[in-house]
Design a protein. Sequence first.
Length: 452
Amino acid sequence: MARRGRLSLHGRPQDRHDRERRCERLSRRGRSSPRRPPGRTQQRRDRSARRRPGPAHSRDRRLTRGHPRRRAVLPPGQAPGPLQDPAQLRDREGAPARRRRQAAAFGAARGPDRGDGAEIRFVIFQRAEVQPDELALDDFTRQRTWRELEDRVHRLAHLIRDELGLGPDDHAAVLMGNRIEVPELIVAAILSGIWLTPINRHLASEEIAYVVEDSGAKVVFSDDAFAEVARNAGAPRVIVAGAELDALISRAASKPIGLTGPGGGNMIYTGGTTGRPKGVKRRRAPSVAVALEGARAYGNSVGLDGSGPHLVTGPVYHAAPLMFAVYDLLNGAPMLIMPRWDEKQALDLIVSRKVRHTHLVPTLFVRLLRLTDAERARFDAPELDLVLHGAAPVSRVVKKRMIEWWGPILVEYWGGTEGGVTTLVNSVDWLEHPGTVGRALPSFEVFAVGDD
C-alpha cells in the first residue's frame, strides 16, 4: 500500500525518515530542528504577520534563495517588489493572468484589444505566422504547410467537440500507419481536452479490441488498411483518414480554439510484459496553454528546440518517436515521417533534407553499421545535430562505432512510458563512463532502494 502523507518537492510522501534526515542536515548547518508544521490557519496568520513590515516579507526572500529557478527570477542587485493585489492577477474575462502569460510565452498572437470580451486568437504553431507556406509535415505521400497545419488542428478540435460530441475525460484512439494525420490528431486532442490513444497496428485483432474497450474510446481514427480491423474492434464510430476525415474537417468550424480550457493529452499503452497492456494516463494540464507550453519546454529540455527538420524513423504508435517529434514540431521543426524503416533511405533523407534531429533505437544502429564501408563513407550530414536513442540497452561496441562514424551527437535517455525521460547522457560523458545512464533531469530525483 502506498504511504500516505504530505508530498515533498520531488513528489514522494514525507514520513518520519524524511523529517529525521532534514533535522540531520539542519544540525550540520548549525540550525535548529524544524518545528512541527503548524496548521493551515496558523500558517496564514504567520504569513500575514510577516508581511506587515513592508515589501521585504518572507515571499520576497523566497524569491532570492532556495530553488535555483526561483533565484533566477530577480536580476542581480534588484530588490523584489511588493505583492500585487490578487485582483490584478486576473484578466477581464476572469482567467488567471498566469495563463495569459503562458499563452503569450507560447507565441500567442493577439489582435486589437476591443474590450468587449471577444475571443482572442492564439497561434499554436509560431511558423504559421512567419513562414505560413513553408513545409510543416511530410510523410512522402501527403504534405502540409504551417498555415494548413494550424487551420487543420483547430478544425479537428472543433470536429472532436462539436460533431463527435467528445469533451474532457472522453477518449478516442488512432489506428493507422505512419501518416501526417497522427501528429495532427495528437495536437487536436490537446486543444479539445480529450485523451487520445495510439494503438499498435501490429497487435492481433483481439488485442486491438481490448485496447479500444479498456480505454473507453468512443471514436477510432483509422486509415484504409486498418478500417475493417477498427470496425471489428467494437468502437462506436470509426472515421477513416483521407476523403472521409477531410470532408468532416472542411465542414468544421475554423475559429481558433481558446487556450484557457482544460488541456488534453495522450494515453499510451505499455507493452504488456507484465500481463495485458496498461494505459498510462498522466495528470491533466489545467489549461491548453499549460499543456502546450509544457510540451514545448519538455522538448527544449532534451534538445528538441525546433531548429531544423525532424526525421521520424519508427512507428508513430510508439511513445518515443511520436512524442519527441511532436515536441520538436511545436517548437517549429518540420516533421518528416518515414512510412517504414530503410537504412539507405534514412541516410539519403538525412543528407538531402538537412535533418537536424532524429530518434533511433539500438536495432537500427546495428542495421546502419551493416552497410558497406563505401555506403557509410558517402554519408556526410553536417546539419545533423542530435540523435536521441533509447527504448533498449545498446551494446558498448555498437554505440562507440556510431559515435566514431557520426560524431558526438548521440544522446541516450532512460525512462519509461509512465514517467517519460528520467536521465540523459551525451556522447562525451558516455565515452568517459561507458555504460552510464547519465544524470537525472531537473524534475526527477533518482535513488536506489532495496527490497525492504
